[in-house]
Design a protein around this ligand. Structure first.
Ligand code: NI
Length: 139
């Protein structure tokens, strides 16, 4: 475990009040924990922007499985990326609609491309890529 450093932050009182209200709504007990999470989130965003880091994410899609050829198209796309898609969860939401969550791992530009292709497939009603991290470089 690395050493702990402390630093002071000067901030306008109104901005500080807004920050305190915000972290209270989010359930943080201390400013330090809120700031640590913001720093980690910024670093994760930077990893995703660089395109070179191995990273992790989830792709969520919602679609109607009655849509002609859609099931087949989505399965085909997933098989093309079997190296990056490490797990999938399928939920039958009702008689017509399906929700699929794919856990993906790889270079961020590859993952973004897979997400764009799946979400952009005709008939997919909604989709979202959640960009997170392997956690290796974050304490
Ligand atoms: Ni289904």
């Amino acid at each position: 475990m690395s050493d702990i450093i402390r630093f002071g932050v000067s901030i306008d009182s109104q901005l500080g009040k807004k920050f305190d209200d915000h972290i209270k709504r989010k359930g943080y007990l201390t400013r330090s924990e809120a700031i640590r999470d913001m720093i980690r989130d910024t670093l994760v965003k930077e990893q995703w922007e660089s395109g070179k880091h191995e990273t992790v994410g989830t792709i969520t899609i919602v679609y109607n499985h009655h849509t002609r050829e859609l099931d087949h198209a989505l399965t085909d796309l997933q098989h093309q990326s079997y190296h990056q898609i490490i797990s999938t969860l399928h939920v039958h939401l009702d008689a017509h609609n399906c929700l699929e969550v794919l856990v993906v791992r790889g270079k961020s530009h590859e993952i973004k491309q897979i997400a764009d292709r799946l979400i952009g497939t005709k008939g997919v009603q909604h989709g979202k890529l959640t960009m997170t991290t392997t956690g290796k470089e974050l304490k």
